[in-house]
Design a protein around this ligand. Sequence first.
Ligand code: FE2
Ligand code: FE2
Length: 369
Amino acid sequence: MATKKETKKKQQPKKPYFEPPLEFSGANWNENEDPYTQFFYEQNLSQFWRPEDISLQPDLNVWQILPEDVKLAYARNLLVLTFLDTYQGDIGMPVVSRSLDERFHQRKAVINFMAAMENAVHAKSYSNIFMTYMSTAEIEELFNWGEKNENLQNIMSLIVGTYEVLDRYNYLRKYDQEHVNFTDDDFLEAQWKAMTASVFLETWLFYSGFYYPLYFYGQGKLMQAGEIINLILRDESIHGLYIGRLAQEIFEKFDDQKQEELKGWMFNLLHKLYKEQAELVETVYDPVELTHDVKVFVRYNANKALMNLGFDAVYPYEDVNPVVLNGLNTETKTMDNFSMKGNGYQKMKSESVKDQDFYFEVPKVGGKK
Ligand SMILES: [Fe+2]
Ligand SMILES: [Fe+2]
């Protein structure tokens, strides 16, 4: 008969459930991982805000007298932004963060912070606008429209598809090494493609969606919603810059032939996204006769996204509506004033980023023609 001690021993599992890694390392913020990540850390955190910081009630006077087709275009445009922010928070940023090498604790922290802003703050803010302006039935109808709109679904699929590929690579590389049949270069390629899609989303698709809210803001209408857009665009501005910077580092690791191949892939993605966006813009803006103007802005932002990735602009220069362009100037925002905030306002110690903030000591990488 086994003793009490022996019985106890038999019940213990023979093997641990997983093989622990050989070593773990902590995030040491005393040392810079690179010349720019801690800058982005400071900038991100100093810009932190909450959706409830801004009361939307003062907008109702204007909203209620807008024509129905204008209201619909405004709401549909914000819904497109909602879909993009949802997936950027749910999968885009987390997957890119997970794909970074274990040692990049600071980079991961910055990206994880950005991830938290996307859905929990940005998407939530759009919902707050819907909840203030619209009835529950109207909101439900709006979300149904987005779920059925082919162009929006195709855009999501093109972007999220690259995240899903990288997600699979992340898993296989870490947990299923026996079945891994890809090289480090294959992994880097998936990583670069996901980052490229991420910058297209941040700097191109998001910004294009800011057109209509800025168009109103510039005319002194729907100002509270405009304030929210101002805060979001300030965030997306540094998100695109940061991920673009990381993407350029990876791109530099490929030989010339591979770089050409990847550029081909990127322009193919750009053209597919442009086609879908152009059709979506027609659906949303034809009824308010702004399609031409919005498409100019779409091309303007596509050029900006390419530049964030280290490439030259592809679309010729066109004049963007000055009302909207002025709204993009982060230095003219009223975020630091007391005028637009609700009761819970606390003055933010935050400055807008300037071009000179991005001149780091390391030589510029990328810059492919
Ligand atoms: Fe966002
Ligand atoms: Fe973002």
